[in-house]
Design a protein around this ligand. Structure first.
Ligand SMILES: [Zn+2]
Ligand SMILES: [Zn+2]
Length: 340
């Protein structure tokens, strides 16, 4: 079943986990006829020398990532053959979907989301989207900042979608299997490598337990806990775009997780509240999944039946949540709390 992107309505933004898992090994690997190009990311490059326009593979239709980036550079800021900007300075190309690559990737139609903070690239974003088929979106923002609701007492950090769509996914692997995690990338923190987190999660006794993924984001830990055999998984986040992404990820991972029923709850007549509100419910043969939108501080731990709380906070708020975890542990000594 094809899924529609809740952001742009296209059916090419959102993939099912099983289709990406199947395609992953060869998704960005060169085929026998592919052309290669590897450029120095830190040096000025002479665009005509790269031949970026002629490097599309006649067999698979893909181009080396550096050829695509050179193409984008050629559209940014005039007709110079040797632009001042290096490829590294242009921004960060995010593969869509993001899967492990073991060599310079070869990318195809709409496989790239470009995150830039260069004004001249931003100014050319419409042209880039129109003329570079590999680009699915251009967003403007600073990579070093945390995107999303870093601290719910402050305004959320988001970046601007300049052209196209910002929804992309990452394939996440643990010893228990793989899930596909979609993110509205202009509003959700970029995680480059979650292997350490998956190793930590994988070492926890999850099977048969009631797990609260308290700062769930798009749902990575919670969904993986379903694969690990939890009896019940509760996902909670104060940032609505993250909760919406978690719902999308239940749809995209429906088959992998064995979900039989998935239902949005009604938001009609609901009073605005900081306390978590039930957003959706899903069930598999063995697990009940509930997704809440609200602040963890207001979560009713006592009545929830939770016996394991996972806390995956942003680095800047880690101290705050560690203190909170200690306080919860004092009040409910039977509940395990793990900062991931
Ligand atoms: Zn989209
Ligand atoms: Zn090829």
């Amino acid at each position: 079943m094809r899924l529609r992107c809740p952001s742009c309505g296209s059916s090419s933004c959102v993939n099912s986990a099983e289709s990406v898992i199947k395609a992953a090994p060869s998704l960005y690997a060169r085929c026998v006829s592919c052309n290669d190009l590897v450029l120095d990311k830190r040096a000025q490059i002479n665009l005509p020398d790269t031949g970026f326009d002629d490097l599309k593979c006649k067999n698979c239709g893909r181009r080396p990532l550096d050829a695509v980036m050179a193409h984008i550079l050629s559209l940014s800021g005039g007709q110079e053959s040797r632009p001042a900007l290096t490829l590294q300075q242009m921004g960060t190309p995010l593969l869509s979907p993001g899967v492990p690559t073991y060599a310079p990737p070869h990318v195809g139609y709409q496989n790239l989301l470009l995150l830039t903070k260069q004004r001249i690239v931003a100014d050319a974003s419409d042209l880039i989207l129109k003329q570079v088929p590999e680009v699915k979106g251009v967003i403007y923002g600073d990579m070093k900042k945390v995107f999303g609701l870093e601290d719910h007492h402050a305004a959320p950090n988001t970046c601007r979608v300049l052209a196209g769509c910002d929804v992309r996914a990452d394939l996440v692997t643990s010893a228990y299997g793989q899930i596909l995690v979609h993110k509205s990338q202009s509003k959700i923190h970029i995680e480059h490598n979650n292997m350490a987190k998956m190793a930590k999660l994988g070492a926890l006794p999850i099977a048969g337990r009631v797990v609260l993924d308290a700062l769930a984001g798009p749902g990575t830990l919670g969904l993986m806990s379903v694969l690990m055999g939890a009896q019940k998984v509760v996902l909670n986040d104060a940032w609505l775009p993250a909760v919406e992404n978690a719902y999308l990820n239940l749809q995209a991972n429906r088959e992998i997780l064995g979900i039989r029923m998935l239902r949005r709850t009604s938001t009609k007549n609901r009073a605005p509240s900081r306390a978590p509100n039930l957003y959706c419910i899903a069930t598999t043969d063995n697990t009940r999944i509930e997704v809440y939108h609200g602040e963890f501080e207001e979560f009713n731990i006592e009545d929830s039946g939770v016996d394991l709380i996972l806390l995956d906070s942003f680095p800047n708020t880690a101290r705050y949540f560690i203190d909170m975890a200690e306080e919860i542990h004092r009040r409910y000594p039977g509940i395990d709390i793990v900062c991931i």
